[in-house]
Design a protein around this ligand. Structure first.
Ligand code: NVA
Length: 313
């Protein structure tokens, strides 16, 4: 049965800390409802078009938005770099205003969070962040859909992220802190989350009652239910001269069976693409503990919940 779609009272989906706990829980519930009853939502975006800007490569995000919008009866248009780099051939503000003439929503994967903010400031239609340098909110929302499916009580889950402090860990930490999920961030020295994100997460965790541990000591991982990891080198950070140094520096932080046993964790997560034998072993990625393809599928249902909520009449 389709459920009444609650208005989110926000006009864009840009960063994880823009949503409070009831809003996030409503989106998670809606995503699961759309997943279980896709035909009830098959006309939810009928007659609507979504422009999708991609400054960076994408497999899951591109396909899940395109096919997800199709499942809602809408139309998706992919805009790569054929029109020049965002902000170079024409201003971000003009890009946003032009797209608003035709599209009902804008999805954008960009290098800089400033570009997303610029699009949102000047577009007259909702803007959805499909990854920037600071956040990956669609991924975090999908991950909490996956955790809701995996565990009966989200508030009792202990989640740790091990690896590079990046867009994925930022979004996960902010959303965990908002939802009241205990979170441990383990990053090597020099690769920590930016202090502004840590401070925001600490404030949110204090309000929700979640425990938040931030450390560079992999031996301080403690008991966990879930361990999450992501690439050690994100898109836009590739500097081939530093790769060997990064691999050595990050080696103790590899997520493998030994770490899973030490933390007593039963579930491993990865947003993909995975760099096998770097941040995660092939054996663990291919094991029964990995929920990586469930995470990938849930990207589509989570994003559809966001689209349906933002485009509600
Ligand atoms: N942190 C990664 C996520 C890829 C989905 C990156 O930004 O490249």
């Amino acid at each position: 049965m389709s459920q009444p779609i609650k208005s989110l009272s926000i006009s864009n989906f840009l960063a994880d800390d823009a949503l409070n706990k009831p809003q996030l829980l409503a989106l998670i519930e809606l995503a699961i409802n759309i997943k279980n009853n896709p035909s009830d939502y098959s006309q939810a975006l009928a007659g609507k078009s979504v422009a999708m800007i991609f400054e960076k490569p994408s497999l899951r995000t591109h396909v899940s938005f395109d096919m997800g919008i199709n499942k809602l009866g809408g139309h998706a248009l992919y805009l790569g770099q054929q029109n020049g780099k965002l902000g170079e051939r024409e201003r971000v503000s003009d890009y946003a205003k032009n797209l608003s003439c035709f599209a009902d929503a804008i999805v954008a994967r960009v290098f800089s969070h400033d570009s997303i903010q610029g699009l949102a400031e000047y577009a007259s239609v909702p803007v959805i962040n499909a990854l920037c340098d600071v956040y990956h909110p669609c991924q975090a929302l999908a991950d909490f859909v996956t955790l809701t499916e995996q565990f009966t009580d989200l508030s009792k889950v202990k989640l740790a992220y091990v690896g590079d402090g990046n867009n994925v860990s930022n979004s996960l930490m902010l959303m965990a802190a908002t939802l009241g999920v205990d979170f441990t961030l383990v990053t090597p020295v020099g690769y920590e989350a930016q202090s502004s994100i840590i401070e925001k997460s600490q404030t949110l965790a204090a309000a929700s009652g979640a425990s938040l541990i931030i450390t560079s000591d992999i031996n301080a991982i403690g008991k966990q239910d879930v361990i999450y990891t992501d690439t050690w080198i994100s898109m836009g950070d590739e500097d081939t001269n530093k790769k060997a140094e990064i691999l050595t520096h990050f080696a103790p932080y590899q997520v493998n069976h030994e770490l899973m046993s030490k933390a007593n964790a039963s579930v491993v997560m990865h947003c993909q693409p995975a760099h096998l034998e770097e941040e995660i072993t092939t054996e663990l990625f291919d094991s029964e503990m990995a929920v990586v393809f469930q995470q990938a599928e849930n990207r589509m249902w989570a994003q559809n919940a966001v689209l349906v909520s933002l485009l509600k009449e």
